[in-house]
Design a protein around this ligand. Sequence first.
Ligand SMILES: C[S@@+](CC[C@H](N)C(=O)[O-])C[C@H]1O[C@@H](n2cnc3c(N)ncnc32)[C@H](O)[C@@H]1O
Length: 255
Amino acid sequence: MNDLPEHVRRNRALWDDWAKKFAASGEENWTRVTPTWGIWDVPESEVHLLSADMTGIDAIELGCGTAYVSAWLARRGARVVGIDNSQAQLTTALRLQRQHGLDFPLLHGNAENVPYPDASFDFAISEYGACLWADPRRWVPEAARLLRPGGRLVFLVNSFLLMLCMPAEDDVAATDRLLRSAFGMYRVEWPGGHGVEFHLAHGDWIRLLRHAGFEIEDLLDLRPAADATTRYPFVTLEWARQWPCEEVWKARKRA
Ligand SMILES: C[S@@+](CC[C@H](N)C(=O)[O-])C[C@H]1O[C@@H](n2cnc3c(N)ncnc32)[C@H](O)[C@@H]1O
């Protein structure tokens, strides 16, 4: 524990504390036959994060939490591994594995330093996991190391625009004003919070991904349906229908 980077130690304590609050949504997502993504449940048919048939694909979820994304991959035939920094989150994941009769490896660890050899996987995914809570200068090169040439990386995070419009106070929704500078954003700690997040401008993501050996295939701005709902207070439907509050990056490791 003491040899973990400071942000990883702090985020471990935070997520061990928050795990109970995320158990119910994890349970609900485990029961979904068709995946939906992000805080507005955007249907997979709109965004195509996964292939319909993933038989024989070696996949890893970086920051799997309750591991419902891993479960969706396993049901599509992938040999999946989930890694998460929080033992409490993995305890929920293990319970849901047993309940749903699925069994895949769940590792307690830091996605910046994964105990698998180079080129072990064809597909890596993160939905608000390591892609938000781990240091991109560490986890992106680590994802590149883990993937085989031609392997795909897909991750979903808060949009950069949302980060510019988000008040610092807890539970206050994003405004239609730019509240902070777009330059130099990287490590973000909200006042009163205990966790460490990472938010990057698009140019910084592009440089980082390319430097690590990825080609960027797509950047999707997610738009919720007109009748979508969310349990998260930090953005309203009115806002999210006008501006993207979530984005998906799709990249491929250069062959
Ligand atoms: C919001 S959950 C993501 C899981 C799920 N997709 C969801 O949206 O609930 C964030 C997860 O990232 C994990 N996490 C944070 N930092 C991590 C790191 N450095 N390595 C692996 N997992 C990490 C947390 O423990 C937490 O379970």
